[in-house]
Design a protein around this ligand. Structure first.
Ligand code: ATP
Ligand code: MG
Length: 214
């Protein structure tokens, strides 16, 4: 049995058509069940929180999963351990991880002056690495949501958050001043499953790859 971990929402919605093109139809997708069968008796889907997908795959609760690069790299920044395999970039749920500040805040000057800046983010691991690479001193403030509020209330000078169209930033009088990396969702694979379930996995990966070709 192959177990695939997905998160409800955009990753689930964008992965279903890719699976379908690869010959896998997820059944009972509208039920409240957390384990969904597919049209293939040897493949099932488990629904977990987006940030839990790497944990499931790393510890073998799932053989493979779909997770945003943001979630994956942030998980690795904190957990270390055996790295998971990342065989396919699914190119769905695309956005970017960026630094944003309140309109009028001189980010370049703040960075140049070598002062400490306060950065609020859900991505403390990735933000820490980014500012360390730039040699900028930061005080990181961990948030779990509504990052846009932090610069507006004086909680932080800047945020590190996902940006897609930029309309949320704009609506909150924030401007994007730096991009850390482009983000898309990745197929992740448990390295032990990759060896032990190779015969079941190879055709699935191959069909997914060919269904992704334009
Ligand atoms: P939860 O809602 O459980 O806290 P989450 O907010 O991380 O988790 P989603 O909003 O479904 O869950 O995001 C899942 C992934 O989709 C993110 O990790 C990111 O890679 C990508 N993503 C997030 N926001 C956007 C967006 N606005 N546009 C495109 N992709 C996005
Ligand atoms: Mg969300």
């Amino acid at each position: 049995m192959l177990t695939l971990a997905l998160s409800k929402g955009r990753i689930f919605d964008d992965t279903l058509p890719l699976l379908k093109a690869a010959g896998i139809e997820v059944l009972e997708a509208d039920s409240r069940a957390l384990i969904l069968p597919t049209n293939q008796p040897g493949v099932r889907v488990v629904l977990v929180r987006a940030s839990d997908v790497p944990t499931y795959v790393q510890h073998g609760g799932a053989d493979l999963g779909v997770a945003g690069l943001d979630v994956l790299l942030e998980h690795e920044a904190h957990q270390g351990g055996t790295p998971m395999l990342r065989p396919i970039d699914l190119k769905i749920a695309r956005c970017r991880l960026s630094v944003a500040v309140r309109k009028g805040f001189d980010y370049a000057a703040a960075v140049r002056q070598g002062a400490r800046i306060r950065v609020a983010t859900k991505y403390t691991g990735l933000a820490r690495q980014h500012f360390a690479d730039k040699g900028v001193h930061v005080d990181l403030i961990k948030l779990y949501g509504s990052m846009e509020l932090a610069p507006l209330t004086g909680l932080a000078d800047a945020i590190v958050d996902l940006v897609s169209t930029g309309s949320t930033l704009k609506a909150n009088d924030l401007v994007e001043v730096e991009t850390l990396m482009p983000i898309s969702s990745q197929l992740v694979l448990n390295p032990v499953s990759a060896r032990l379930k190779r015969d079941a996995l190879q055709p699935l990966l191959q069909s997914l790859r060919s269904s992704l070709q334009p």
